[in-house]
Design a protein around this ligand. Structure first.
Ligand code: FEO
Length: 398
């Protein structure tokens, strides 16, 4: 079943989910994987389980390496069901002598699966576990992205099993970063960060500092989704540092919906202005762009310009969807403006301004409203709005 030896006597035995297309609102156009790593040592140890639907894959792969009933230890770095849904079956069939996890994970297991007589042992940051030839050191990563989250560091192998961190929803026959197209891999890693980890960016900066201060040498990062980083370890660490800083760069996105193409014309003019102002620019019509791809492009963009016509005294529903999703991810430090067409009330720009204020987006002004269909002067004003946003971005980054 295509197991992979990722390091000497450490095997990937996870599951590939080619069909997954939605991860609670995040579009997973490339599916995902649920990674488990099996260490053959004096104590045979499995790091992390899989989603319930991938349990047969896990046992199929484990069986190619060893008899699953020889499992001694199960380490659970995270309680979310995409990694623990298969745990009841693993415990039933493999009957591990001990299950190691954080205290919040132990609670979460009970809250998910009911009180069980599983042999759970709680570990804390700095605790070590002797497997025989190798040692595991635990590092709790509370709220990255659940209270129970934890890393397992294999000391002699310099391998960090990082749970969701550094992961990608990326189903592929490859198991390593150097076996896939690097641009696509970084896009998928960025998409994962933007859609899952962005709200916890301040904690990620602290964690990266903690890893440095603990002196952990890392030759391999093995996340629980996607491919294992063995070549570009420093690249993904640097990317996390940059994404978590939320500084942004000279890039702006124009996110809009339109009714009769008036707001669309304004969006294109705003985009022209941003380009004229020197910004890398993407004009994103929410008819075609999925919310989770928009927030991925927003990750390193300094500029966020929003457009909607007025409908029933509000903005269009796709904008409401995007704002609900983006606000929850708590992007920081953006600069922007609002625009939109209207027929009589014209509330949408006012509401977009309020939404941007709520997200602490620094607005260059109160935005631009156009009655019915923009004239050439209106489009010039929209271009000028784009130029002013570009100027404000450049000034803030200088
Ligand atoms: Fe991949 Fe938070 O579970």
């Amino acid at each position: 079943m295509n197991t992979t030896e990722v390091l000497d006597k450490i095997y990937w035995v996870g599951g590939i989910d080619w069909e997954l297309r939605d991860f609670h609102g995040y579009s997973t156009e490339k599916g995902s994987t649920y990674n488990s790593f099996l260490a053959l040592d004096d104590k045979v140890t499995l790091f992390d389980g899989v989603k319930a639907t991938a349990t047969d894959q896990l046992f199929g792969r484990m069986s190619e390496i060893t008899d699953p009933s020889s499992l001694d230890y199960l380490v659970l770095n995270h309680a979310e069901m995409d990694h623990t849904g298969g745990v009841p079956e693993i415990v039933r069939r493999a009957n591990p002598e001990k299950i190691f996890c954080s205290a919040p994970c132990a609670d979460a297991l009970v809250q998910h699966f009911g009180k069980q007589d599983w042999p759970v042992e709680i570990v804390h940051t700095g605790d070590t576990l002797d497997l025989g030839k190798r040692t595991v050191k635990f590092l709790e990563t509370k709220m990255l992205h659940w209270p129970d989250s934890m890393f397992s560091y294999l000391v002699e192998d310099k391998m960090l099993i990082s749970s969701d961190a550094f992961g990608q929803h990326y189903a592929t026959s490859a198991r390593f970063d150097d076996e896939v197209e690097p641009g696509e891999l970084m896009w998928q890693a960025a998409k994962y960060y933007a859609n899952i980890l962005l709200p916890y960016s301040p904690l990620i900066l602290k964690l990266l500092e903690q890893v440095k201060s603990m002196g952990l040498e890392i030759d391999m990062i093995a996340p629980d989704h996607g491919v294992v980083w063995r070549k570009n370890v420093q690249g993904i660490l640097n990317a996390y540092s940059s994404w978590a800083s939320q500084k942004g760069r000279e890039k702006a996105i124009v996110v809009f919906d339109t009714m009769w193409h008036s707001t669309e014309k304004m969006a294109h003019a705003v985009g022209d202005g941003l380009i004229t102002g020197g910004m890398e620019t993407i004009v994103m019509d929410l008819h075609g762009w999925h919310r989770s791809d928009v927030v991925t492009e927003l990750l390193d963009a300094k500029g966020l310009v929003l457009g909607s016509p007025t409908l029933n005294n509000g903005f269009l529903p796709r904008i409401a969807d995007f704002l609900c999703y983006a606000k929850g991810l708590r992007p920081q430090g953006k600069i922007g403006a609002a625009f939109g067409s209207y027929g009589w009330g014209g509330e949408s720009v006012k509401l977009l301004n309020a939404a941007m204020d709520d997200m602490k987006v620094k607005r260059v002004d109160d935005g631009l409203r156009v009655k019915y269909v923009p004239t050439s002067q209106d489009l010039e004003a929209a271009r000028d709005l784009g130029i002013r946003v570009a100027d404000a971005i450049r000034e803030s980054l200088s």
